[in-house]
Design a protein around this ligand. Structure first.
Ligand SMILES: Nc1ncnc2c1ncn2[C@@H]1O[C@H](COP(=O)(O)OP(=O)(O)OP(=O)(O)O)[C@@H](O)[C@H]1O
Ligand SMILES: [Mg+2]
Length: 261
């Protein structure tokens, strides 16, 4: 019974604001983990003069594994350096990015893709002095997959290419809807989020094979919700935020060679 209670505690989700690295109470480990992720990302996608804007899609196999949290924190961390970042909420079914920034989602990606509004009308700037720009999801459309796989989406990504150093796109879960796979061929790299002690090998393998079939450039895996027993934050939960970036093929090869032994 006690164990059940403890497990329930550990599984408690933080509210959107609590897991935002800019929150005053954010712990040092969390901020450092995202800085490490930023550095690893810079190395895995080196700067290219001809094609300076790097578009990164954030996906995971199942729901609730931390895609939106990762997208927001990664966009925040990247924009702290001298880079201009655009964060797009491409989860047109269950949008959340607007909640992190208290912005309305009535004008956003779905409006641009359906021709209702221009890009300029749907871009929000975090603040006058910050380098972070946001396109929320917009009105909930009846046909998200069609909109996301349309020429309008390709055109939008081409248009923002010249204005930003990074475009971070938050997608829905790959095993639940096809949107993430559809978007994977339009970006430079796909970062795959796994939830520690929750994502299972069959789920991850299924999602990765769908992405590989679409010839997605999977640049790494982000391990979210790593429990650090040494650290207890003041609310008493022992979740820490440790992000690891690994080359998927390397991990896969090492697993295969272990299996052979
Ligand atoms: N490292 C973490 N520690 C504690 N809570 C977390 C962590 N990462 C995410 N959460 C919480 O888990 C919940 C789900 O996270 P998030 O919305 O980022 O997942 P998601 O993969 O985008 O979900 P969906 O598939 O529904 O879009 C949120 O309440 C978020 O605050
Ligand atoms: Mg999400």
């Amino acid at each position: 019974m006690n164990n059940e209670k403890n497990n329930a505690k550990e599984k408690k989700n933080f509210s959107s604001k609590e897991v935002l690295i800019t929150n005053a109470s954010s712990n040092f480990q969390l901020v450092e983990a995202y800085k490490t992720l930023r550095t690893n990302l810079l190395f895995s996608m080196p700067y290219n003069k001809q094609h300076a804007c790097r578009k990164i899609l954030i996906v995971s196999a199942e729901a609730g594994e931390g895609k939106s949290t990762t997208s927001v924190n990664l966009a925040e961390t990247l924009s702290e350096t001298d880079t201009k970042v655009l964060l797009i909420d491409a989860d047109l079914r269950k949008p959340t990015i607007n909640k992190y920034y208290n912005i309305e989602s009535r004008k956003g990606l779905s409006n641009i893709l359906s021709g209702m509004n221009t890009i300029e009308e749907c871009i929000y700037r975090k603040s006058e002095t910050e380098n972070l720009f946001i396109i929320p999801s917009g009105l909930l459309p009846p046909n998200p997959s069609e909109l996301l796989s349309s020429k309008a989406m390709i055109k939008l990504l081409e248009e923002v290419d010249k204005d930003y150093d990074y475009v971070i796109i938050d997608a829905p879960p790959v095993n639940i809807v096809s949107d993430g796979v559809l978007l994977s061929s339009m970006v430079d790299g796909v970062a795959f989020v796994c939830a520690y002690a929750s994502s299972t090998y069959p789920e991850v393998a299924k999602a990765l094979s769908a992405l590989k079939l679409a010839k997605a450039n999977i640049i790494g895996v982000i391990l979210n919700r790593v429990v650090n027993k040494k650290h207890k934050n003041k609310r008493g939960y022992n979740y820490s935020y440790k992000y690891r970036y690994k080359n998927i093929d390397a991990a896969d090869n090492s697993r295969k060679s272990k299996e052979k032994e």
